[in-house]
Design a protein around this ligand. Structure first.
Ligand code: G6P
Length: 611
């Protein structure tokens, strides 16, 4: 969603801002803008891509060592030049960029209009900067205090940065509900909504907490709460490197990330399993281990692809650790008065660690006494900080909007959690546990081997790139994978696709099947293999086209299917980690062939920080 980058220091700000905005492009946006302090407070903004903004500002005065930039994902007001950020205050001496939603903006706006304010946009953000100026002028306080007083009146979520023409050596940032990272350099500071625009300048960062304001004035950084309490900043070292944020020779980030999976799966289990000795250690669970073992139920909350990883986890936990699991869309869970007990473990899964609904679901479960574990990818993000314990996935930065390596990293960590719990509870025989750990150890190699299907998948993609609909079917562990395959396709190729439990096809989707309908079936040789074979026949009897994901050496499905993609054999509980790979590739190639913007699909955002 919206991206924020700002700079104050001795360098020219514009090159840092425009590059920062390009690094933030992956979050998904519809317009972009910058503000620079160079005697004047100049604001330039444009609907469209960062490249449109760069073109637009070419002949403008781009000097100045203080500035800020923003990519907007529209909530209030359509995506046009006028509604793009930054927004000026009434007198145009202040400007703001904002990520989040000011929920009570309408009443504040009405009040300000009565006092003579006029607004140039339809946004909630503009209201906030007018309010700040109103307080600044009428209360005759420092800018920083005016910001704090205004924020105390605001209901909603925000990450903001403010510049003032009258105070050209000052920059103010604040957060509540939307992330802000402060990069600390030598006599210079970088502010951003995530670390990607900062990493090439400094590794030292401070993650603002909710309700904190960062004031950089005359080269000094002070962090305060909105209530004016000084906080001691905690400087952390970033673990990401610049090359992780670049395509490294691949045509798209998504393809690079698909190919990174042998490594990202390995990194997510490295140091956590000792396959030879059959041992497992999840450090992040630490003191909550006993609660985990004694829990009566696990509730998983997540959105999107992370929710699919949660579904895989439901099968894993129930199968291996014999504990009831409920998998919930965070957005539904938070609004339906769920039954939560103190003995419940809630696992929140999130790549970004910032998804607003997942965060809200955590707060609800926490308030009702449950213990919350996080499975997140972005270190220092909001969700890991809101949970009691958890384990990071070590997928590295995921830039493609359609999640790939984060999914397999999540499934890896959740598998470890299920195995750990099964081991502690004694629900799986020691020998089976040992065998599963050994098999898990071999998964990165099997994923590497699976990636060799790329050319074959590309050919199949060529045959179906013009299809209008796709159906994805699977049973057991294959069902969440079918859902994920369908999601990948619709996200990036805009082809309508549905994932279904194979047996449920008879209760609806079968009506859609004709010779134009491609049906992707996860038909690996596991417990419901024969049943899936019957489902394939049902599709064939109605002239549907079968693309089957099969275990290598399969001869039965090969005879029935129109196309088969072979994957290496593995234990049933681990098969999602392998079977999802060809589905990611299929979506990728179809999207490329259709000329779609694979890494930044229309309307989607990488991290959904509004509900
Ligand atoms: C957005 C992204 C998806 C992601 C979902 C949940 O919709 O486009 O790729 O799966 O949010 O995000 P999270 O960061 O919580 O995993």
């Amino acid at each position: 969603m919206c991206g924020i980058v700002a700079y104050i220091g001795k360098r020219e700000a514009y090159p840092i801002l425009i590059k920062g905005l390009q690094r933030l492009e992956y979050r998904g946006y519809d317009s972009a803008g910058i503000a620079l302090l160079n005697g004047a407070l100049s604001v330039y903004k444009k609907a469209g891509k960062v490249s449109d903004l760069a073109e637009f500002v070419k002949d403008k005065n781009l000097t100045g060592t203080v500035g800020m930039g923003h990519t907007r994902w529209a909530t209030h007001g359509e995506p046009n030049d006028r509604n793009a950020h930054p927004h000026y205050s009434e007198s145009e001496t202040l400007a703001i960029i904002h990520n989040g939603i000011i929920e009570n903006y309408a009443s504040i706006k009405e009040e300000l209009m009565k006092r003579g304010h006029t607004f140039r946009s339809d946004t909630d953000t503009e209201v906030l900067i007018h309010l700040i100026e109103d307080i600044y002028k009428h209360e005759q306080v420092e800018l920083e205090e005016a910001v704090r007083l205004a924020l105390a009146e605001v209901v909603g979520a925000y990450a903001i940065v403010i510049l003032s023409k009258e105070s050209p050596n000052e920059l103010i940032a604040a957060r509540k509900g939307s992330p802000i990272v402060v990069g600390v350099g030598k006599d210079e500071y970088f502010i951003a909504s995530d670390a990607t625009p900062i990493v090439e300048y400094t590794k030292n960062v401070i993650y603002l907490n909710d309700g904190e304001v960062a004031i950089v004035k005359d080269s000094q950084l002070v962090i305060k709460t909105i209530e004016n309490k000084i906080k001691t900043p905690y400087i952390q070292e970033l673990e990401i490197h610049l090359e992780m944020l670049e395509k490294g020779g691949y045509a798209h980030f998504m393809l690079k990330e698909i190919y990174e999976q042998p490594r990202s799966i390995w990194d997510s289990m490295r140091g956590r399993i000792d396959a030879k000795r059959g041992r497992l250690k999840l450090g992040g669970i630490g003191e909550y281990e006993k609660k985990f073992v004694q829990a009566d139920r696990i509730i998983i909350v997540a959105c999107g692809t992370s929710w699919h990883a949660g579904l895989v986890a439901e099968y894993l936990f129930e199968d291996l650790a014999r504990i009831p699991v409920e998998v919930e869309y965070a957005s539904e869970f938070r609004y339906r008065n769920p039954v939560i007990h103190e003995s419940d473990i809630v696992i929140a899964i999130s790549q970004s660690g910032e998804t607003a609904d997942t965060l809200a679901a955590i707060e609800l479960a926490k308030a009702r006494g449950a213990t919350i574990f996080g499975v997140c990818n972005v270190v220092g993000s909001s969700i890991p900080r809101a949970t009691h314990a958890g384990s990071y996935t070590h997928a590295g930065p995921e830039i493609g909007v359609a999640s790939t390596k984060a999914f397999t990293a999540q499934v890896t960590v959740l598998t470890l959690m299920a195995l750990e719990l099964a081991g502690r509870k004694g629900t799986v025989a020691e020998s089976r546990l040992h065998a599963l750990l050994n098999e898990l150890d071999s998964i990165p190699g099997k994923v590497e081997q699976t990636l060799k299907v790329n050319d074959a998948v590309k050919q199949i993609a060529g045959k179906f790139k013009d299809a209008r609909n796709f159906l994805y079917l699977g049973r057991g562990y294959g069902f969440p994978v079918a859902l994920e395959g369908a999601l990948k396709l619709k996200e990036i190729s805009y082809i309508h696709a549905e994932g279904y439990p194979a047996a449920e096809m008879k209760h609806g989707p079968i009506a859609l099947i004709d010779e134009a309908m491609p049906v992707v079936v996860i038909a690996t040789r596991h417990s419901s293999y024969e049943k899936v074979v019957s489902n394939i026949q049902e599709v064939k009897a109605r002239k549907g086209k079968i693309i089957a994901i099969v275990t290598e050496g399969d001869e039965i499905v090969r005879k029935m299917a129109d196309y088969v993609i072979e994957i290496p054999d593995t234990d049933e509980v681990l098969v999602p980690l392998v079977s999802v790979i060809p589905l990611q590739l299929l979506a990728y190639h179809i999207a490329v062939m259709r000329g779609c913007n694979v890494d930044q699909p229309r309307n989607l955002a990488k991290s959904v920080t509004v509900e």
